[in-house]
Design a protein around this ligand. Structure first.
Ligand SMILES: Cc1cc2nc3c(=O)[nH]c(=O)nc-3n(C[C@H](O)[C@H](O)[C@H](O)COP(=O)(O)O)c2cc1C
Length: 377
């Protein structure tokens, strides 16, 4: 682990460890992947001011998010299929987040279920919900999240239909993998991964399997899920969810000023400025450019969160300076998980803390809560 110095090191190890279909699932965007690339590259267009001659002998990284004190100003975004990268992956990520007191958002499309993650942790995680046509399923899963004491509900709005990721189609991706010749060839090249995966029975979508009538095997789950994303999604749906969920409600996938204007008039507590990590509308704005546009447009009673393209502590400093209250990441922790399980996720957090702290201090600041536009050129 000593030679692992940056997120990219863990990415390379995950690539070596994982069957191609699962590595590709993480390291891909939709269609030409231009938005996926822009998310990372556009951070380079923003420059941090270097201030000297200030007392930087201590630093403060804590942040209060949605009324709860967290140790760090960042957390982990909801990502499907973590449990296919490492056995019981989502439980391990939740444990790493709990140990570091940072927020973790569990995905609807996780392999481990809400109940399994809740059983293994004490610190309440957040839960992400996709807009689905099956209203019984939605009502039921909101109740399950509430029973599991999830702290906040994150409603993802940027997936009313599924965009295409060419790699997933070429790889015939599913969880668990369908036994096609191509998949068998990919899997047998990673015997260590196969061996590890034998240690768990969690290999399909735990929040869905057994919770929908007639959905109890791979083919029925794939068919049900494909037909569930709701192209009829409207703001009325958000109002309906608001009535069902009593805790903090966050809308994920806001990118445009027109949508911020609508969100400003809803009873919500936060938005996540996000383009789904470049996995949905290819050709749209990078997340960081959207944050730049929107930072002064969101009502002060709504907290601004951000994800997309964050790969280092300096990116966190930039997004905080642009007005985000909490910075989230998807791929970095998935790379850590695919590389070394829980230890890999902890390594990601350790790397980010060091980079964040050094960047903050060299910018002449000592408290993440003081960062603002003045820290940028
Ligand atoms: C492999 C993978 C799976 C994802 N699954 C979900 C999901 O189930 N729900 C969701 O709202 N977003 C999902 N996302 C998007 C992330 O929540 C987040 O918006 C994105 O990863 C941020 O970009 P980053 O990976 O550059 O940090 C997924 C992203 C990845 C990479």
């Amino acid at each position: 682990m000593k030679k692992i110095l940056e997120i990219n090191d863990l990415k390379m190890i995950a690539k070596k460890n994982l069957p191609k279909m699962f590595y590709d699932y993480v390291d891909s965007g939709s269609y030409t992947e231009s938005t996926y690339r822009d998310n990372e590259n556009d951070f380079n267009k923003i420059k941090i001011r270097q201030r000297v001659g200030r007392d930087i002998s201590s630093s403060k990284l804590e942040k209060t998010i949605l009324g709860k004190k967290y140790k760090l100003p960042f957390g982990f975004s909801p990502c499907g299929m973590g449990g296919m990268l490492y056995p019981d992956g989502e439980i391990l990520v939740a444990k790493a987040c709990e140990e570091n007191n940072i927020p973790y958002i569990l995905s609807t499309m996780s392999i481990c279920s809400i109940e399994q993650v809740a059983k293994e942790t004490n610190n309440p995680f957040w839960f992400q919900l996709y807009v689905m046509k099956d209203k019984n399923f939605v009502e039921n899963i909101i109740k399950r999240a509430s029973d599991a004491k999830c702290y906040a509900l994150v409603l993802t709005l940027d997936l009313p239909i599924l965009a295409q990721r060419h790699k997933d189609i070429r790889n015939e991706l599913s969880a668990p993998p369908r036994l096609t010749l191509n998949n068998i060839l990919q899997i047998i090249q990673k015997p260590k991964w196969c061996f590890k995966m034998l240690s768990t029975s969690n290999r399909s979508f735990g929040n869905i399997l057994g919770h929908v009538k007639g959905v109890d095997d791979l083919s029925s789950i794939v068919k049900w899920t494909d037909g569930q994303f709701d192209a009829g999604l409207s703001w009325d749906y958000v109002k309906w969810i608001r009535r069902l969920w009593k805790g903090p409600l966050i809308l994920k996938g806001i990118l445009d000023e027109g949508d911020v204007k609508i969100a400003n008039n809803l009873d919500i507590q936060g938005i996540i400025i996000s383009n789904h990590g470049g996995r949905q509308l290819d050709g749209t704005l990078s997340s960081i450019m959207a944050l730049k546009n929107l930072k002064n447009k969101v009502n002060s009673n709504i907290e601004i969160f951000f994800d997309g393209g964050v790969r280092s502590g300096k990116d966190i400093v930039k997004a905080l300076s642009l007005g985000a209250k909490g910075i989230f990441m998807g791929r970095p922790y998935l790379y850590g998980l695919g590389a070394f399980g829980q230890k890999g996720v902890e390594k990601v957090i350790e790397i980010l803390i060091k980079e964040l702290n050094t960047t903050l201090l060299l910018a002449g600041e000592t408290d993440v809560n003081n960062l603002d536009q003045d820290n940028l050129y």
